[in-house]
Every structure is written in structure tokens, then in C-alpha cells.
Design a protein. Structure first.
Length: 567
């Protein structure tokens, strides 16, 4: 019996979850990967402690915890030498004691018999399993092996080994570059660089040459943070290693290149996009991390207010029409579109996308990567798909009149079309389409909904501070009574920023009869916006203010993203 089926049956028999909840969790696991138990906990279907206790009883395995004082390895038995730290951390297990040829080990997942068998081979001991929570085991591992920054350690090691043997990039021939790129320290350094970025929830890694050193920065929650770099002499080897992984030409340093690679980190598949650009100081590399497990494909997790969620869900379930998401690069538009496609996806519909690039692969959906160099553009891809009997089409971005016309043609001939535009607000999408050459009556006839979106940072739940707002702030936020709001403070959990994670705010303009009339008449944005506000549209700033009143974000953050004078 598959392990996930066994776990599901155990939890159902213990009446901790229903069969419907299990099926939903299994679907989530199929889409994003990961451990079934972790998914059930993340979705709020079960408490981790309840799951572990039930597993222990059903499997007749003792349950141990830090609170009981039982999750402490015997420090006199050299267990740290018996079980390698890397193996223990990777599989979330910790050795507790050894008696004769029997090794007692706490597992977060005692159903993973493959790991137990591998551990038996490594230690040459019979394994006596006990069960503990993942959180407790991770804390116990830090206490036992010592909390380590593996990336910092290897950076220090590489500095020492390169101090006496520095070479300039120009001194390395191609064969030597390949050789250095395949050396163990460089391979390990690049792997740890990416693994730590994933652990820190980074979306991008910037590796760039400066005049006298190398700079490495992670983009976390939209902001860049520097990390200690290795010796600059390792830069050519690191870039060569990344190029080899990405199937790029390591000899080409004069032209930009694009590629990517995949890797498995802690049991889940991570895709990357890699871009190299020649600068005056040498090649700069940016690695975009595409961690599907971190992408919320449930609309309820995207930050929609309940009334806006109802409007959005209603629009995406229409049989035909055009839906636009607007906002700058990095505002989460593609994620929202993927969540919409995921919501309406079914075996009874033919869903197709034309993207540049395809960021995440969605099961059951036909996705095409545009390649302008061979004539496969957004417009030509769309035209081809119109002959493929589609029900729903997603276009990565409308950049020109040709693409806009094909989208509108598709919407007017019975297809539901999603796309994005770069505008500051929702009404701005109307003037943008007209500016690129679309007739106002066609925009009016085809458009269903325009959603402007931004991402704001969430306050760190560990350290956010309540405070009494000033009279001006109370008036701006329309606060009543003695309501308090929160501000950022900063702690180790959030890298002293006061924020952890991001959430979307929205400006949702539903196109009704009156708005269609105004659009067809070519009315300016301010007139259309005023009419939309009269019909209940929230501005981006007001959507952000709701998040402030709910204690999710700070007034300072919302004003920084939406502008102090935004209406």
C-alpha cells in the first residue's frame, strides 16, 4: 500500500479527517509536491500534534516531544558520528540512543520505510522508530548538531583555499573553467547558495561582479538583502557551474543568455530561470527561483476581500469575455491568473496558455512558450490555439495591437480570455487598449473585468507591535472606537525587517452596462473611475487600508506601495 494512502486511512479511521479532506490534500500534493501530513497541517485540516499522536497509537510507535524531555540524544554515544548531520536534517530524524545493535531514532515521518532502510545500512543497526513533530525534531537537531550556517562555513573555507592561488578571469582557458566549475567546493557552494535562498523564501539570487569584489544578494518579499560573498576569484567558476546546469554556452561572455534548470530540494522539485548579462566588471547572473510549493493556487489565499472574491469568481466562471490583470512587474499578476485557471480547470474544458516564459507547469492545461526568434509570438500562438477548440485562453501579456485584436476576437467569438497589462490602476487599462489602436466599441463589447493588483508586505506575526494611531491616521483609515493598528518592529525571524511574506491588494472594476456605455463613448479614465467608484469599486489604497485595519500590514507599507496621495 502506498505510504500516503496508509497515512490517509489511519487519520480517517481515527476520525481526524474526512475522505473529502484527504482527497483535497492529495490533489494539493499532486500539484505542489511535499509530504501529505505537512499539507494536511498547512491547509488547517488537522493539528500536527493530533496527527502525530494518532499515528503513534495506530502504528504502536511511542510519541516523544521536547516538552516531555524525551527528545534529547545521548551525548555519550557519539551518535553525531553514527548518523551524518546532512542525512538527519534532510529526512527530519534524530538519533536518541543506542543499545547493543538497536538504534532508537525519532522520525517526523515513520511511514517512510525507504529512509529507515537507508539509515539501517548507514549505521549497520536495527532501527527502533519513535515519532515526533517536525518542529520539535528540527529544534532538537540544532541543539544536538549545533545550529550551523553551512553556506557561511563553505564560503569561509573557499576564501582560505583561494587566498594563495588567485587568478584573473582572463588567465583561465575553457578547459580549466570547466574543470574548476566541476570541483567539489564550487558545486557545493552553488548548491548551498540556491538551497539557502529557497529556505529564506527568496524569489531571486543576484550574483554580480563589482570592481574589487563579488556581490551576492537575495530578493526576499520584494527587497534585496546582501549575504557574505565568497572570494571574488571563485566568480568565474561559479558562473560556469550555473551555465553548465542551465545548458548555456560557458565560452560566450559577450552576449546575454537565458536558460534554466531543475533541482530537488527537501523532496520537492524546484525550477529556476537563469539570465546572464555582460557588465563592465564581468558577467552578472540572476537566478529566478520558481518554487511551485510556495505559489498559492487557491484564490482564497491571495488576499481578496470577500466581496471582491465573489466578483472575481463570478467573472472567471463566465462562458466568454475578456479579463485583464494590471500592475507592474512583480505584482503577482501571473500567480493570480494561475490560481484562476486552477479554479476553473476541469476535464470538461480545454484550457490553453501562451506565455513568456512559462513559469509553472499546471496539470491538465496546455501551455506554450513564445519564441519570437522563430515567429512564435503571442499573436501567432493565439491564432494557432483558436483552431484547437479552446474554452479558456490565457495570454501572458498584451504588448501590441495585433495581440490585443486576437484577444478581443477570441472573447467576442465565445472564449474566455485572461491576460495582463502594465497600467497603474484598473481604469487605465481602457485607455491603454485604445492608445495601442483598439476601437472603443470593441473594448466595451468584449471586456468583463479589470483587476489592478499590488503586493504589500505582511507584518511579522512574531514581533508586530500595536500602537495608538494619530488623529490623522484614524481619519485616513476611517477608524471608529478605540481600534488599534500595528506597526513593524523587527526580530530574528524576519531578519529585523518587521515583515514576513506578502499579500495582494486589489482594485476590481466590474464592467456593467453604464461602464460599457462610457467606454464605447471614449470617455477619459477619470470619468470611468468615478463611475466605477460609485458602483462600489475599492481603490488599491482602500484595499490596503482594510489590510491595515485587519492587522495584516502597516499603514507605512500601504502608503509606500500605493502612494501617499493615491485615492
Amino acid at each position: 500500500m502506498p505510504l500516503h494512502s496508509r497515512l490517509g486511512e489511519i487519520l480517517i479511521s481515527a476520525q481526524l479527517i474526512t475522505n473529502e479532506q484527504l482527497q483535497k490534500a492529495l490533489e494539493e500534493q499532486k500539484k505542489k509536491g511535499g509530504q501529505l501530513g505537512d499539507i494536511l497541517v498547512r491547509l488547517g485540516m488537522i493539528k500536527e500534534s493530533d496527527m502525530i499522536e494518532a499515528l503513534g497509537k495506530q502504528l504502536n510507535i511511542p510519541y516523544v516531544s521536547l516538552d516531555q524531555g524525551l527528545l534529547k540524544p545521548d551525548t555519550q554515544q557519539d551518535l553525531d558520528k553514527l548518523v551524518p548531520e546532512g542525512f538527519a536534517r534532510e529526512h527530519c530524524l534524530i538519533p536518541l540512543s543506542r543499545h547493543m545493535n538497536s538504534l532508537t531514532v525519532a522520525f517526523a515521518d515513520p511511514l517512510d520505510l525507504v529512509v529507515q532502510d537507508n539509515l539501517r545500512r548507514i549505521t549497520k543497526c536495527e532501527i527502533n522508530p519513535v515519532i515526533a513533530s517536525r518542529k520539535d525534531i528540527e529544534q532538537a537537531l540544532d541543539e544536538f548538531y549545533g545550529k550551523r550556517d553551512l553556506l557561511r562555513e563553505i564560503i569561509e573555507q573557499t576564501r582560505k583555499t583561494t587566498e594563495k592561488s588567485k587568478k584573473k578571469e582572463g588567465d583561465l582557458d575553457l578547459n580549466e573553467m570547466v574543470k574548476k566549475a566541476e570541483e567539489a567546493p564550487v558545486v557545493r557552494l552553488v548548491n548551498l547558495l540556491i538551497e539557502q535562498a529557497i529556505e529564506e523564501r527568496a524569489s531571486d539570487i543576484h550574483i554580480e561582479p563589482l570592481e574589487e569584489e563579488m556581490s551576492i544578494r537575495y530578493r526576499i518579499d520584494g527587497a534585496l538583502y546582501k549575504i557574505p560573498p565568497p572570494d571574488e576569484s571563485l566568480l568565474p567558476a561559479m558562473i560556469s557551474r550555473i551555465k553548465i546546469l542551465s545548458k548555456l554556452d560557458i565560452a560566450e561572455k559577450r552576449l546575454p543568455q537565458d536558460g534554466g534548470f531543475s533541482m530537488v530540494v527537501k523532496g520537492r522539485r524546484i525550477d529556476t530561470r537563469v539570465s546572464t548579462v555582460p557588465t563592465v566588471n564581468g558577467e552578472k547572473v540572476v537566478i529566478r527561483i520558481l518554487d511551485k510549493a510556495r505559489i498559492p493556487l487557491d484564490l482564497k489565499q491571495l488576499g481578496f476581500e470577500p466581496d471582491d472574491l465573489e466578483k472575481f469568481s463570478n467573472a472567471i466562471n463566465q462562458p466568454y469575455g475578456l479579463i485583464f490583470l494590471t500592475g507592474p512587474t512583480g505584482s503577482g499578476k501571473t500567480t493570480t491568473l494561475y490560481a484562476a485557471l486552477n479554479q476553473i480547470n476541469s476535464p470538461h474544458k480545454n484550457l490553453v496558455t501562451v506565455e513568456d516564459p512559462v513559469e509553472y507547469r499546471l496539470p491538465g492545461i496546455n501551455q506554450v512558450q513564445v519564441k519570437p526568434s522563430i515567429g512564435l509570438t503571442f499573436a501567432s500562438g493565439l491564432r494557432a490555439f483558436l483552431r484547437q477548440d479552446p474554452d479558456v485562453m490565457m495570454v501572458g501579456e498584451v504588448r501590441d495591437l495585433e495581440t490585443a485584436e486576437v484577444c478581443i476576437q477570441a472573447a467576442l467569438t465565445g472564449h474566455l480570455v485572461f491576460s495582463t497589462l502594465h497600467t497603474n490602476d484598473a481604469p487605465g487599462a481602457i485607455s491603454r487598449l485604445i492608445d495601442i489602436g483598439v476601437e472603443p466599441f470593441l473594448v466595451s463589447a468584449s471586456l468583463l473585468l479589470v483587476v489592478a493588483q499590488r503586493l504589500i508586505r505582511r507584518l511579522c506575526p512574531e514581533c508586530k507591535e500595536p500602537y495608538e494611531p494619530t488623529p490623522e491616521e484614524r481619519e485616513k483609515l476611517k477608524l471608529t472606537g478605540k481600534t488599534k493598528i500595528y506597526q513593524a518592529k523587527g526580530c530574528e525571524k524576519c531578519h529585523l525587517t518587521g515583515y514576513k511574506g506578502r499579500i495582494a491588494i486589489h482594485e476590481m472594476m466590474v464592467i456593467d452596462k453604464e461602464l460599457r456605455r462610457l467606454i464605447a463613448q471614449g470617455k477619459p479614465d477619470d470619468v470611468i473611475k468615478e463611475a466605477a467608484l460609485e458602483r462600489g469599486m475599492l481603490t488599491l489604497q482602500e484595499s490596503g487600508f482594510r489590510k491595515v485595519r485587519q492587522g495584516i500590514s502597516s499603514l507605512e507599507e500601504v502608503l509606500a506601495v500605493t502612494g501617499t496621495g493615491a485615492g
